[in-house]
Ligand binder design. Structure first.
Ligand SMILES: *[C@@H]1O[C@H](CO)[C@@H](O)[C@H](O)[C@H]1NC(C)=O
Ligand SMILES: *[C@@H]1O[C@H](CO)[C@@H](O)[C@H](O)[C@H]1NC(C)=O
Ligand SMILES: *[C@@H]1O[C@H](CO)[C@@H](O)[C@H](O)[C@H]1NC(C)=O
Ligand SMILES: *[C@@H]1O[C@H](CO)[C@@H](O)[C@H](O)[C@H]1NC(C)=O
Ligand SMILES: *[C@@H]1O[C@H](CO)[C@@H](O)[C@H](O)[C@H]1NC(C)=O
Length: 409
């Protein structure tokens, strides 16, 4: 069912405003990758010992503390090979540096928290040069009872790219506030169960593009506070779909653009979720979505039972536009206990909470949207290892990736 005419839910915006750039300025590191190679801090020279097997090494924070923090313009280098990680690292306060992870790091402890936290970084790049750097979380060994993989906290002018994140016990990548971040060329492969979020992001002026997520929870989701965030060329491969939320007290989310999002299988295509709370969500455009075989389409739910009710009169939602959605779903507009303008919403004073349901007919000449080769027909099991994939080069039918993989440069 094509939702091309189902353009607005809450209020109308004119088409001319829709193409305006979402980002307010430059994203990514301010200096080049080369400028960060004056000093190479190789983990193998900083306590990262070669174990009994030459292919198996350990990683700890020594290279960061004793090298990166002492040399501006340095790269913390994890060479190709297999590493075990037992203690989680918080890499805080460095500037003009890179974390080049060309090896595969495997989780070796069930301690909670995050395996790698990068905090208060400025002019920072986290990447693999061979597009094969990975973290294997082996979450099947401690499902929802172990660490998350990566968290980037209040950092500015940074990028994270060409990495593979597999089977986190909990969420895979969290971006907590900060500004001017660019996240791209990622393959994230979680299990077919809730709690396996792909990318959760908040902050100001971030760009997320060319990301594939396989899981059964959030694909690429925006959390409060957030403004000027552009999310595009996303492939949700059997996931829970992308979302905004859950929103709670003091929500502040505005100027959000998702475009060219492909969702195969999974739950809904997109969800906006809250229960109680206050604040606002406004100026959101969800444009050019293709979906095949998802259970639901768009779900704006302000009684979201997946979260505990938060005190407050509810988050005010304004100026949200859905444009050019094409899916194999049957489309029905259903409004329940909701008031406003657009879609099947009723204006006026909330006096009655009856459900209104309208079926949307299939536009003439409609054909099912294209698929991507490599779509999953089912998710990964919760109780057995998940193999490490390679990073795809296409994330939306008919569009190339925006930046080539690092290994192809
Ligand atoms: C890293 O490991 C080496 C070798 O086991 C050890 O000497 C060093 O103290 C460790 N450093 C940190 C920060 O844990
Ligand atoms: C981040 O980069 C911008 C230029 O793109 C610069 O104006 C700003 O000062 C940088 N932030 C910090 C903390 O250096
Ligand atoms: C509505 O949101 C769009 C972005 O999606 C923005 O360009 C436009 O200015 C907003 N309209 C109003 C009236 O705020
Ligand atoms: C709608 O989306 C399709 C598929 O991505 C694209 O080919 C088409 O150009 C879009 N139409 C408009 C009007 O943006
Ligand atoms: C998406 O599914 C295909 C088909 O099974 C698989 O080859 C691909 O690796 C999946 N993507 C990820 C990121 O797991």
């Amino acid at each position: 069912m094509k939702l091309s005419t189902w353009k607005t839910l809450l209020s109308l915006v004119s088409i001319t405003t829709l193409t305006s750039a979402q980002l307010t300025g430059k994203v990514g590191p301010t200096t080049s990758t080369a400028s960060k190679q004056a000093t190479i801090c190789n983990v193998l020279n900083y306590g990262g010992s070669v174990g009994s097997s030459v292919r198996y090494r350990t990683c700890n924070g020594s290279a960061f503390t004793n090298c990166v923090l002492k040399h501006k313009g340095s790269t913390l280098y994890v060479p190709p090979g297999n590493y075990g990680m037992q203690t989680w690292q918080t890499l805080t306060g460095a500037s003009q540096w890179a974390l080049q992870m060309d090896g595969v790091i495997t989780r070796e402890s069930t301690t909670g928290g995050h395996m790698i936290v990068v905090e208060n970084a400025n002019d920072f790049e986290f990447f693999s040069s061979n597009s094969a750097g990975a973290i294997q979380g082996n979450g099947y060994q401690c499902r929802n009872a172990g660490p998350r993989l990566i968290r980037i906290i209040t950092s500015t002018n940074w990028s994270l790219h060409d990495l593979i994140l597999v089977d986190s016990p909990e969420f895979h990548l969290i971006v907590q506030e900060g500004s001017n971040g660019e996240v791209y060329n990622l393959a994230i492969r979680g299990t077919n169960l809730g709690g396996s979020d792909g990318v959760d992001i908040s902050g100001v002026n971030h760009w997320v593009h060319d990301v594939e997520v396989t899981n059964r929870d959030e694909c690429v989701t925006i959390k409060s506070p957030a403004s000027n965030i552009l999310v595009e060329r996303i492939w949700c491969n059997q996931s829970g779909g992308s979302a905004i939320g859950s929103m709670g007290a003091g929500t502040a989310i505005e100027n959000i653009l998702y475009r060219n999002v492909y969702t195969n299988g999974g739950n809904q295509i997109f969800m906006i979720k809250s229960w109680g709370g206050d604040g606002y969500l406004r100026n959101v455009l969800l444009q050019n979505f293709i979906a095949r075989g998802t259970a639901y389409g768009l779900d704006v739910n302000q009684y979201w039972s997946g979260q505990t009710q938060v005190a407050g009169n509810g988050v005010q939602i304004n100026n949200v536009t859905f444009q050019n959605w094409s899916a194999t779903n049957k489309a029905t507009n259903k409004c329940e206990s909701s008031f406003g303008t657009g879609s099947c919403l009723r204006g006026g004073t909330p006096t009655s909470f009856a459900v209104t349901t309208t079926s949307i007919g299939m536009p003439s000449g409609f054909t099912n949207p294209p698929s991507l080769s490599g779509d999953l027909s089912q998710g990964f099991a919760t109780n057995s290892p998940i193999p490490i994939p390679t990073i795809p080069t296409t994330f939306y039918p008919g569009l190339p990736q925006i930046s080539p993989l690092a290994k192809n440069k």
